[in-house]
Design a protein around this ligand. Structure first.
Ligand code: SF4
Length: 89
């Protein structure tokens, strides 16, 4: 999938790419330009279901949550086997 195709995805199509594994909802840090994940989940992640408990209000209730965009995917913070990452290759 190239960048132009991603732009044309509707919001539902874009969100449906997510496999809801929850891995990107764990704290991470950048060390010398490489992103490392910790084992500490976001306070709003239900670790049983791997779903966000405030998903539809997350951007207002928890502004630190990054809105997933094609630009953010390209920034390299998601796991390599995340479907958003695999689809951009
Ligand atoms: S790592 Fe990718 S597939 Fe998993 S929850 Fe995050 S965006 Fe969805």
């Amino acid at each position: 999938m190239n960048h132009d195709n991603k732009k044309q995805l509707c919001k539902t199509e874009w969100e449906n790419i997510c496999e809801q594994c929850g891995r990107c909802c764990y704290e991470k840090y950048d060390y010398r330009g490489k992103v490392f994940y910790t084992d500490k989940p976001c306070q709003y992640l239900d670790t049983q279901t791997n779903l966000c408990t405030i998903y539809h209000q997350r951007l207002t209730l928890y502004p630190e949550c990054a809105h997933l965009t094609p630009e953010l995917v390209q920034a390299g913070i998601l796991p390599d086997d995340c479907p958003y990452v695999k689809n951009q290759k």
